[in-house]
Design a protein around this ligand. Structure first.
Ligand code: C2E
Ligand code: CA
Ligand code: CA
Length: 383
């Protein structure tokens, strides 16, 4: 479409390099906007074929964003900007896709740019806070620990969810510095509680796939442990199942290095990735967390009950301690208890709360009752 027709027409050039790996294609002679989609589909089809180089087959992938004159812009600058926004959305939807520009894309793209720009100052401005969510043993009702969950308290937006800003932090690399802050702050808080005479049990910290792959991670953790005096056996790192399975061979090496430090390891969001059982068996892990999506419909979905039952069996065979996350109702809890799940975390027990609230609601109460949280006992006994 571009190269053959363009050469015969008088309007040239129709294909140009915009910079880096981005190219611009101008289609001046389409009858309907949809025709641009046909051309895009054809280009994707052609360029996603393997390219034979000597004995190797090389694969490329591409994404295409489309803007149409005059609806999406009256001048070249706006047309290119909107095509770029559509390109970004096409990329986010996966490889080898095209997308037409739509106005609401622009809003979400602007929000993302806003988030990215503001995130750059968030660490320096001390805008992050850790929240803590308790986890209890389902047989004894005792606290086995807590998970730390980051919150961004933006001066004018208020609380921004990690679901929104962690992906931005990951794609820009900022996650490494933010993640370092999280580990240091979590250890500092734990030690503070310990020095006040509490027994905070284990603290779980989420590691992003990018942190997990970062070469400096082990040294960083060792430094923070030294610096804060955090006991290694109370420190748990949660890594999502999908991050673990990205490159199973190097995961194995990395997990062994972390185990050598002495920390505990947990598989997060279990059931949502595609685990190879062969690898899962060889990984030196301690905990498995059933993803919230399986717990959610536990009371009504027969298939979710079966899946959870299977995961409980599997965890037992792999000798991993099993934690169910996102438990919201007594009915869900009952099914998990009957199945033999070890521990739980969820709104039924508590939402993630700030440090001083966690201290008040859980650590103080536990100390006063000599290790027994009556409230937790009531929950596991269903009263
Ligand atoms: P996650 O690790 O799976 O964390 C559990 C999420 O489920 C948390 O969302 C928590 O607030 C929420 N949750 C807990 N119990 C319940 C429940 O009973 N019902 C429902 N509906 N939700 C429940 P949150 O805090 O918004 O965090 C979302 C995700 O952001 C986390 O998912 C984790 O992947 C990521 N994240 C949070 N903090 C950090 C961090 O410090 N570092 C990194 N890399 N990721 C983090
Ligand atoms: Ca987690
Ligand atoms: Ca999770």
């Amino acid at each position: 479409d571009v190269l053959s027709h363009g050469a015969n027409d008088l309007i040239l050039p129709t294909l140009s390099r915009h910079g880096g790996d981005e190219f611009l294609i101008l289609l001046p002679y389409i009858a309907e906007p949809e025709d641009a989609g046909l051309v895009a589909a054809r280009i994707i089809q052609l360029l996603s074929r393997p390219i034979q180089v000597a004995t190797h087959e090389l694969y490329t992938s591409l994404s295409i964003g489309i803007s149409v004159f005059p609806e999406d812009g009256m001048d070249d600058q706006l047309l290119i900007q909107n095509a770029d926004t559509a390109l970004y959305c096409a990329k986010a939807a996966g490889k080898n896709q095209f997308a037409f520009f739509e106005q609401q894309m622009s809003n979400s793209a602007f929000r993302r740019i806003d988030v990215e720009n503001n995130l750059r100052h968030a660490l320096d401005n001390d805008e992050f806070k850790l929240f803590y969510q308790p986890q209890i043993n389902l047989t004894t009702g005792k606290l086995i620990g807590m998970e730390t969950l980051i919150r961004w308290i933006h001066p004018s937006w208020g609380i921004v969810s990690p679901v929104e800003f962690i992906p931005v932090a990951e794609s820009t690399g900022m996650i490494v510095a933010i993640g370092e802050w999280v580990i240091r702050e979590a250890c500092r808080q734990w030690k503070e509680w310990e020095s006040q005479g509490f027994e905070p049990a284990k603290i779980s910290i989420n590691l992003s796939a990018i942190q997990f792959k970062d070469e400096g991670l082990n040294a960083l953790i060792e430094n923070i442990i030294q610096e804060t005096g955090m006991p290694v056996d109370s420190l748990v790192f949660e890594i999502t199942e999908s991050a673990l399975m990205l490159d199973a061979e190097s995961t194995l090496t990395q997990l062994h290095m972390l185990k050598k430090i002495g920390v505990r390891l947990s598989v997060d969001d279990f059931g949502t990735g595609y685990s190879s059982l062969k690898y899962l068996k060889s990984f030196p892990l301690d905990f498995l967390k059933i993803d919230r999506t399986f717990v959610q419909d536990l009371e009504t979905s027969q298939s979710d009950q079966e899946i959870v039952g299977t995961i409980i069996h599997m965890a037992r065979n792999l000798k991993l301690s099993l934690i169910a996350e996102g438990v919201e109702t007594p009915g869900q809890l009952k099914i998990l208890q009957q199945g033999g799940c070890d521990a739980m975390q969820g709104f039924l027990l508590s939402r993630p709360v700030e440090a001083h609230k966690y201290e008040q609601n859980f650590l103080c109460a536990e100390k006063e009752n000599n290790q027994d949280l009556l409230y937790c006992k009531e929950i596991i006994n269903g009263s």
